[in-house]
Design a binder for this molecule. Structure first.
Ligand code: MN
Length: 247
């Protein structure tokens, strides 16, 4: 049994190197897995399954191909691609996961999967925005708008997030320790895997009942790419060079 996890690729038209790296990844490392988990912000922006950004087709086709060849694909929403829906899932051969999902790791332990944005509770402003963006009624309203209107809104959200991000401290942008503990306790697990913060690491912590727990953080794809591989012997956080994928 071999599981692979990735998040925060932020695939976009402006970064053909990342798209190439991901397509290569899907055709090599991911192909050797039994399960591939896409844990959010795979796409820099997503304004609806009816309007995928230019250049998405080969990605969807490659995912579909992998799924047809027997790799089970799972997709969890990030704060950028929260509008990914059933149509995408069907086309790409993925199963959509809830924002908090407990799976069984390859070495047979309960493992909590999250994108991670919901753990950044010190960022009160963002958590308020998140409640609105994740509201099904609000999403229906967005999806009913024209593609142009949605593109404008997506750009505004990105600009606002960049502007606020530059003003917020590194601590506010990271996960809140209490939120992490709470998530683990309520999921009854001692293992959490998430992305979002772009701070790849394996953290040790202790739960209130003194259980030793671990929080594994995936890295984002930029100059380097990251994935987590989990097999019968445990897990390994792996990075590789993206530089080779420039033209
Ligand atoms: Mn994110």
């Amino acid at each position: 049994m071999r599981q692979i996890f990735v998040s925060d690729l932020h695939l976009q038209n402006e970064r053909p190197d990342l798209v190439r790296a991901f397509l290569h990844f899907l055709d090599t490392d991911a192909r050797r897995a039994d399960q591939l988990y896409l844990l959010g912000d795979i796409f820099e922006a997503w304004i609806g399954d009816d309007a995928p950004f230019p250049g998405t087709e080969p990605i969807i086709a490659a995912l579909r191909n992998l799924s047809d060849d027997g790799v089970a694909l799972f997709f969890q929403h990030g704060n950028r691609d929260f509008l990914v829906g059933e149509q995408f899932a069907e086309e790409a051969g993925c199963t959509l996961l809830d924002d908090s999902t407990v799976i069984t790791s390859a070495d047979n332990r309960p493992l909590l999967l999250m994108h991670g944005d919901q753990l950044c509770t010190d960022d009160v402003e963002y958590q308020k925005l998140r409640v609105m963006l994740r509201n099904p009624m609000f999403q229906q309203n967005i999806l009913a708008q024209t593609v142009e209107q949605r593109l404008t809104m997506a750009q505004q959200l990105r600009d606002a997030s960049k502007e606020q991000g530059s003003q917020k401290s590194m601590a506010i942008m990271d996960v809140n320790a209490e939120a992490v503990t709470q998530a683990l306790v309520s999921a009854e697990t001692a293992l959490l895997l998430h992305g979002h913060t772009h701070r790849p690491a394996v953290h040790k912590l202790q739960l209130p009942d003194n259980t030793a727990a671990q929080r594994i953080v995936l890295g984002d794809w930029d100059h380097k790419g990251w994935y987590l591989e989990w097999n019968d012997n445990g897990f390994q956080l792996i990075d590789f060079n993206i530089e080779g994928y420039a033209d």
